[in-house]
Design a protein around this ligand. Structure first.
Ligand SMILES: [Zn+2]
Length: 408
């Protein structure tokens, strides 16, 4: 009953009505599964991966969707000994060298294909939507607006807002009430507020004796928030309650992933320096009587193992005077950083939010700033802010997509 290669006899049934299936062991270590539908390629799976992902009740705990296989005694040399395919139930059965037997459904296997394009499809759909980088002059075409009330009451609107935020790194909501609870309600619609040294909600308005540069009415140069945190807050929510009537007070936004793309293309040596030299970012002060001293070392452009951007760090005030870089790299690093900052400034898009607008953007990707404004009693600016984390947002997005049955 366990031949090396089994193809179920078709009998008298017309071939188009039968979902045939075949499988074979390749090089003793791999299993090739061939759905017999036209145009469906064979799928190759490493045997050890299949054994590791056995779905039986002693290897997999269904209700928690977790592996319970005993890994203390897992045989990394495990091999498939015999296969059996069941075309009616579309299942593959495997007998293993460790005397275990496993069954896998064809559609489960197909969703876990090791083919590069299938893996990319899964990552774009379920891991994270693929970011689309933009130049400042494209801002009006990429920045989507959503209605606050719809986002608060309709799951489809919530999903679309978070999806736009994930792809473009920025999205706006309109029509929010002018009370201080908006950012909390919005954050709690997604998950929960990310707390930092500066509290949960924070007010951005001119303050005498400010502990933070943002709390002055001076121009605020482009930056990312809290680069001195290892676990940096992901998304800024800025609710405009009162907007200054003076010329200034505009938001500045730049997609730093786009600037990094350009730097990589036009000045690869600068890109290399900014993505490999750790910078000391710091913040010293006190808030509500609590003293703090934060330091985190990271490059300006942070990359993952496949060379994709994970985050951008940039802040003039929050860059430490301690610069623990190799002496000979310091001059070239400054030249590269000055080029990056100048490219970003030239690309910055300027716009002014109105009372009731909520600006949301990816703090790990966009640089933001503000033009200076006149602050007086009858001409003030009052913005309430909070942060959300990508872990919470992506999780919410995956759950919503499953519920709404939408793909990217
Ligand atoms: Zn098992």
């Amino acid at each position: 009953m366990w031949p090396q290669r089994v193809q179920r006899a078709l009998g008298q049934v017309a071939p188009s009505l039968v979902r045939r299936l075949s499988a074979r062991i390749v090089d003793e270590l791999y299993i090739e599964v061939k759905p017999r539908e036209a145009a469906k390629p064979a799928l190759t799976f490493p045997g050890i991966w299949l054994r590791d992902n056995c779905r039986c009740a002693s290897c997999f705990h269904e209700s928690s969707q977790s592996r319970r296989l005993d890994w203390d005694n897992f045989d990394a040399s495990v091999r498939p000994l015999a296969l059996h395919v069941d075309a009616n139930s579309q299942q593959l059965h495997v007998r293993w060298s460790d005397a275990h037997e496993s069954s896998y459904k064809l559609d489960w296997l197909q969703r876990r294909s090791f083919a590069g394009d299938k893996q990319q499809e899964y990552l774009n759909e379920f891991y994270r939507p693929r970011p689309s980088h933009w130049a400042g002059k494209q801002f009006d075409s990429i920045a989507q607006r959503f209605h606050y009330d719809q986002v608060m009451s309709e799951d489809a609107a919530l999903q679309q807002w978070l999806q736009a935020l994930a792809i473009y790194g920025v999205a706006l909501l309109s029509g929010a009430p002018l009370d201080e609870g908006v950012v909390r309600r919005l954050a709690e619609r997604v998950g929960f507020i990310r707390r930092t040294t500066y509290g949960e909600e924070f007010i951005v308005q001119a303050k005498p004796g400010a502990q933070n540069y943002a709390y002055l009415s001076l121009p605020l140069p482009l930056h990312t928030d809290l680069p001195y945190y290892e676990y940096k807050p992901s998304v800024n929510i800025l609710h405009c309650v009162v907007q200054t009537k003076s010329q200034g007070g505009s938001n500045l936004l730049v997609d730093a992933f786009h600037i990094a793309d350009r730097l990589k293309r036009e000045h690869p040596a600068d890109f290399e320096l900014l993505s490999s030299i750790d910078v000391d970012w710091n913040d010293i002060g006190s808030e509500d009587g609590r003293e703090f001293h934060n330091i985190w070392r990271a490059p300006v452009i942070c990359l993952d193992a496949s060379g994709e951007y994970t985050r951008i760090n940039h802040s003039v005030p929050q860059r430490d005077s301690h610069f623990n870089a190799p002496l000979e790299k310091v001059l070239p690093w400054y030249k590269a950083y000055a080029r990056f900052v100048s490219m970003a400034q030239k690309d910055a898009h300027s716009f002014k939010t109105q009372p009731g607008d909520v600006l949301t953007f990816n703090n790990l990707r966009l640089l933001h700033g503000r033009t200076g404004y006149d602050d007086s009693e009858d001409n003030s600016r009052y913005i309430v802010g909070a942060y959300l984390d990508w872990d919470i947002i992506y999780s919410r997005l995956r759950v919503l997509k499953k519920r709404l049955n939408v793909a990217n």
